[in-house]
Structures are given as C-alpha cells and as structure tokens.
Design a protein around this ligand. Structure first.
Ligand code: 16G
Ligand code: MG
Length: 504
C-alpha cells in the first residue's frame, strides 16, 4: 500500500471538517455536494474488501428514492448481498477519518480484517441518472486505482442490475452472464416461459403502464422490453425527459400519497406500476370500474406471491417450507391474512432489505417484502435443486407446476446472503426516551384495530412516526397524537397514516 500516494490523492477529495456520517440502512446518503470524500474512500474500502474476500465487490452510486439533489453509495458483497455488518463499521470509520488519520485508519482496517495486501482486487461500479452521479463515480474510481485495484465501470445501471453483476462474476457465470444483455436475457426468458405456462388461451397479450420515477428504470426498461415483446406490451411514463427524479412520481410518492403519479393517465382496470429512483422498488395499482384507486403495495405483493407459490407447492406435493418476512410497517390485516387464512408463518424484522433478506434465508422458500415495495423471493439451494429435478421427472400437471416454480426461481433476481430513540422488538417498541412507549400504548388503546410505532430513520436525520387504525380519520388522528408525544419527549417527521385495509 503506497501510503504517501493515498495521502496525496485523499487531499484532492478532502473531507469537509466536522462532517460525521454513518453507513446507514442502505449505505451513505446525503446532499451530493458533501459526498466526494466518501466516494473516494469507499473506492479504497471496496479494494480492501475485495482483497479480503478474494472476490469481486460492487459499488453503487445512488440515493434511491431521495430527491435529485441527494446522492449516496453502497457496497455490494461477493454474493450480491449487502455489505457485512463488521465492514459497515469500517466504512463509517473510514468516512469519518480526518485527513491526517487516513493512513492509520486504513492500516487498522487491514489488521482487524486480516486483509492480504498482495491479493488482487476487482470492483464493479454502477450509478443512477442523478446529475451528480457521474462525477461521484469517478471519485470512487480514483480511490480504487490509488490502491492498485482493477475495475469495470458499467455506467448507468439499476441497483438490482449491479447486484446481479457482482453475483454473476463471483459464480463464474453460472448464475448468468455479467452483462446487461445477460440480465435482460435471463429474466425475460423466465418471464416469457412463465406467462406462457400461467395464462389460459386468449389472454396472452398483457399490457402494463410503468412510471419510471424519471430515473434509471426508464433507460433500462426501454432496452429490456424488446426482450419480452411477445408476452407483454409496456408503456413507459416519467422517463426523465421532462420531470424531476422522484418528484411527484415513483413508488415512494404513490405509496405514501396513495394516489397515481403525475404524468400517467389511468383508465379503469389498466395495470400500472411505479419504480423508485434506482428501480429496486415496485408498487402496482389500478382504478376499478368506479374510478377508485387501488394500491398493491409490498404487503399485497407478498400475499399474492405466497398464495401463488403455495398453490404450486401443493400441486407438486413437496413439503418445502415457506415463510414470509415483513417489517413493522406491514399493514396489520396483511399479517393476519397470511397467518390466519393462508396459514403461512410470518416474521417481523427491522426496516431495511438486509434485515429481511437475512431472515428469509432461513426457509426453503422465503418471501420478503417491505410495504414500500422492496422485496423478492429466496429459494434455498436445496429447494432449487429439488424443484429443477422435479421439473424433469414429474408427469403432466405436476410437472407443469414444477416448471413454473423453476421459472419463478430464475425470474426473481435473488442473491445469496448471508441515536435519541432506541427501539427493540423489530423496531415496534421504543426503549428510549423514557415514557415514550407508555405514551404510545395509551394512545393506541383509544382507537380500534390500531397500531403505532416510532423509529429513527436510517436514511435521513428524522424520526418516523407510523400509525394505522380502522379508518383514515382515526389513523390521521392517532398519528398526530403520537407525533405530539414524540415532539414532547424526543423532538420528528411523520409519514402518511395508513388505514387498515379490509380488501387484502
Ligand atoms: C432504505 C432501505 C429500505 C428502507 C428505507 C427506510 C434498502 C435497500 N433500502 O431505503 O429498505 O425501507 O431505507 O428508510 O435496504 P428510513 O430509515 O429513512 O425510514
Ligand atoms: Mg431504491
């Protein structure tokens, strides 16, 4: 490690003094103008992680659903999963080191993590469409090259695509080809096969309107739709030529305002969906014949997928265990429906894909979704092998079900794994400040079918307040009262309160 060269280059990406950041739920995120030093340093860190794991590591430059002015960065571990927690700590230390301590902090990480500096390093980089992203990605590259790492810059990518590239490269292409074409081919082939198997004759030609949040999803989907042209006709909206990224559109807007995005005209019974800024979230929606808006958020997606999978499992007669993982944000009636009607075990984890993902790996088939639309289905290696075997062996109807499951496995872009308010019980209970949880409990008792909780955001400097109750009015009023309690006892911002939906 050429320490002098690191010091020299680091000075070109100097840290604003006094700025303290934390590697949060999904990496570092803040106003783009403050992130140059973080990018350079994450380039350095990615090289160390690559040397230590002897694998390709990914770096994604995006601030997802945040406003255009923000940006962020996260590292992707060898099997396409989120960075290991011990390395999140190294990332935080390195991002906050003062210039004069850079050498010491880097040496410290190498020692603690037993990094073999002789080992080669390879990094892949992707970025979203924010105007700041290109330059910030260049700072990541500066960090990589000063430590002698090799890299491939994919340029514009969605977050799921970058995860896919990392996984492909570390499994010698067995999962798929590490190119955007490889990604489109793998997913579209599974999709086209699955729709052929699932549709009855007469409804083969489906159409979908997609709100791309004025982000990267527009560019990639425009290319991808050519690959599944027979099965689906896709119309793109909010493609970034006029509107601002994530502004009045995108999955987060639709979910939190429970209304269609701007710039998309919806007729009755048309299928519509929205991505977020880096296209790793999706929510669906439609208007019924009376013009009422219906949202199919992550909770409902999880329920629909689970029932579909359960049917197929019954069909093939295999006793593979299926579990669903949610967060505290899951609407109470979706949890009840899954547990009581579908008899599927449901688990609750902290907010953030990494927590859900980890829990979902405990099942043969783990379905996980956040209400906001992040999620996927994970199949254990054993389950995947069993299903692919059955797809060859079984007869007729059973075989068809096994083949459908096999296509579902390929369709889900799955990857392997591994403050003032403090919370416990998957963030459903506040431990500090004293008295807050008691106050929330008392408020919740006043409303029917109600729940409420508060948690510190992992992506912004705010406290989030969640409330649900039997009607919108009650949910609004409960949210207001809980917010007042938070202001009195801790000092927050809220999200739109959710009525308990009856039609799940
Ligand atoms: C990040 C997380 C998302 C979570 C959100 C919560 C990933 C890829 N993204 O966007 O899962 O729902 O943070 O944000 O894990 P908050 O902590 O600000 O409420
Ligand atoms: Mg996102």
């Amino acid at each position: 490690m050429d320490l002098d060269s690191i010091t020299k280059h680091s000075a070109l990406h100097a840290k604003p003094s006094g700025l303290i950041l934390q590697y949060g739920t999904a990496g570092f995120r803040m106003k783009a103008e403050h992130l140059d030093h973080v990018m350079f340093r994450m380039g350095l860190l990615a090289v160390l992680r690559s040397k230590q794991t002897k694998s390709t590591i990914g770096v994604m430059v995006t601030a997802s659903h945040n406003p255009e002015e923000d940006n962020g960065v996260k590292l992707v571990d060898p099997l396409g999963e989120m960075l290991a927690p011990s390395w999140e700590e190294h990332a935080t230390c390195l991002a906050n080191a003062e210039e004069q301590n850079m050498q010491k902090v880097l040496m410290n990480i190498c020692e603690k993590a037993a990094v073999d500096l002789q080992q080669a390093a390879f990094i892949v980089i992707g970025r979203d469409t924010r105007s700041s992203s290109e330059k910030l990605a260049q700072s990541v590259i500066d960090g990589i090259t000063v430590l002698g790492g090799q890299f491939h810059d994919y340029g514009l990518l969605t977050t799921p695509q970058l995860h896919y590239m990392v996984y492909c490269r570390n499994t010698n292409g067995q999962y798929g080809k590490a190119t955007v074409e490889g990604y489109y081919q793998k997913l579209s082939q599974a999709f086209v096969e699955l729709t052929k198997q699932a549709f009855c004759s007469g409804d083969e030609s489906q159409s979908l309107k997609v709100d791309c949040a004025n982000g990267i999803g527009a560019l990639q989907l425009r290319e991808m739709r050519g690959y599944f042209s027979q099965g689906l006709s896709v119309q793109l909206f909010n493609v970034g030529t006029e509107g601002k990224l994530n502004h009045l559109c995108g999955a987060d807007f639709v979910k939190s305002h429970q209304k269609p995005p701007q710039g998309m005209e919806m007729k009755s019974n048309e299928r519509c969906c929205s991505f977020d800024g880096d296209a790793d979230r999706i929510v669906y929606y439609y208007r019924d014949a009376d013009g009422h808006f219906h949202l199919i958020d992550g909770d409902k997606i999880a329920t629909l997928i689970s029932s579909f999978l359960k049917e197929l499992l019954l069909e093939i007669g295999e006793n593979l265990n299926l579990g669903v993982v949610q967060t505290a944000y899951a609407n109470g009636s979706s949890t009840r429906y899954l547990e009581e009607v579908m008899k599927v075990p449901v688990y609750c984890t902290k907010t953030g894909v990494k927590h859900l993902h980890h829990k979902a790996q405990e099942f043969d088939i783990g379905v996980y979704f956040e209400a906001n639309g992040h999620g996927t289905v994970l199949f254990s290696k054993a389950a995947e092998m069993k299903i692919k075997q059955l797809a060859k062996e079984l007869e007729d109807k059973k075989r068809k079900a096994a083949k459908m499951l096999a296509n579902i496995i390929d369709l889900f872009n799955q990857v392997a794994d591994r403050q003032v308010i403090c919370t416990t019980d998957a963030e459903r209970q506040a431990v500090t400040p004293p008295g807050l949880q008691e106050a929330i409990n008392d408020l919740v008792k006043k409303y029917k079918l109600s729940r409420a909780f508060v948690r510190p955001s992992g992506t912004e400097d705010v406290v989030r307040v969640y409330a649900e109750a039997d009607s919108q009015e009650s949910a609004d009023s409960l949210a207001h009262e809980v917010s007042c309690a938070v202001y009195q006892l801790a000092g927050g911002v809220g999200e739109k309160p959710q009525p308990v939906s009856e039609d799940i």
